[in-house]
Write a protein that binds this ligand. Sequence first.
Ligand SMILES: Cc1cc2nc3c(=O)[nH]c(=O)nc-3n(C[C@H](O)[C@H](O)[C@H](O)COP(=O)(O)OP(=O)(O)OC[C@H]3O[C@@H](n4cnc5c(N)ncnc54)[C@H](O)[C@@H]3O)c2cc1C
Length: 381
Amino acid sequence: MDYSIPPELAMFVDSVRQFREKELMPLEHEFLIKGSFDAKTRTELEEKARRQGFWALEVPEEYGGQGMGTLATCLVVEELFKHPAMFEFGGSPEPVLYKCNEEQKQRFLYPIIKADHRCCYAFTEPSGGSDVAAIHTTAVRDGANWVINGTKTFISYAERANFVILFASTDRERGARGITCFLVEKGTPGFSLSRSIPTMGDDWEPHELVFDDCVVPDANRLGDVGGGWALVNEQLTHGRLKIAAFQLGMAQRSIDIAVEWAKSRVTWGKPIASRQAVQWMLADSVTELDAARLLTYRAAWLADEGKPCETEAFMAKLYATEMAQRVTDRCLQILGGLGYSKEVPIQSFYRQVRVWRIGHGTAEIHRWMIARDLLGLSARD
Ligand SMILES: Cc1cc2nc3c(=O)[nH]c(=O)nc-3n(C[C@H](O)[C@H](O)[C@H](O)COP(=O)(O)OP(=O)(O)OC[C@H]3O[C@@H](n4cnc5c(N)ncnc54)[C@H](O)[C@@H]3O)c2cc1C
């Protein structure tokens, strides 16, 4: 790498590489054939990682974590996502949970950092995910409680979650400014998982959640009434940068495999690497990967400097997700039939990168936000 990554961070990322090679790679073939890790394997991997110090990396030191910044986090997930299992180290809560009050931190934040509790994050509804102001799930105050009604869909990791970070409308007239955030524990009467939704991604089956006169105490409200969208907006920027970094890992591994293959596969007496058609696919891929990397690292660096980086994060995620689609497609093509098979991970990357042009804001909404910033338009334009 020719940009300056601090030496101690580079060493840390190298230890992540060693973990991936030692613990994850031997399981790759099994993962590709089954399309998933069973819960036991995933838990064992998380435990091994924890014993090696890979735990709560992003958590500020004041909460007992390792206080890694955004750039460091991006480098770590880039390395991990060279394996198709989309495995991440545990103990890092959704950033919005740092906004909990002290009593809520004891119940919701610390158990994630210390005791491996999980949560999921529920915004999207059957009526749509992009138009946040139009959510239909309502929370109506009833004395010291709120009564929640509505349906959320495509909620990842709901089956493993101990609680859900739920966004509901407390004032439909006010659109996005009428959205409030609640922490709803599993087992709360009226809250259920109604069905799972199989997807084209390996090991990824989000759920539909139903809230039917679900009564939640006001003590479970996170932040101000009507302050839910502002809370989540902050966290989306961080999530977008991680997603951009996922693409770097998947694209890099696909290129590494394609380069090796192109050098060894011989047709008409010459390696296919000697053919311009193949060289151009590789040249375009590595150039676009580098561009995505620079966009991602720049935005992550800005985040670490405490500088505004919302638009830069939109650009990084938009470009990286579309780059990964093109790169995995070209690399699959270079491997021919083998690329389409489950003998190699490229087909898995090819399918998995697709979701990121949708989740955490679609590519179209990203373009809209970038243009809005460029043109100096307001949120209403
Ligand atoms: C595997 C998976 C996991 C997910 N996990 C979660 C989760 O954990 N929590 C959660 O809350 N959500 C989750 N989602 C939902 C995801 O965030 C939404 O799918 C996404 O926000 C888009 O919403 P939508 O699917 O309703 O599409 P819509 O909002 O209905 O959009 C449909 C199409 O119209 C386009 N479009 C919409 N409005 C405009 C506009 N103004 N201008 C131009 N184009 C527009 C969109 O870009 C898209 O192409 C997940 C989705 C998937 C597939």
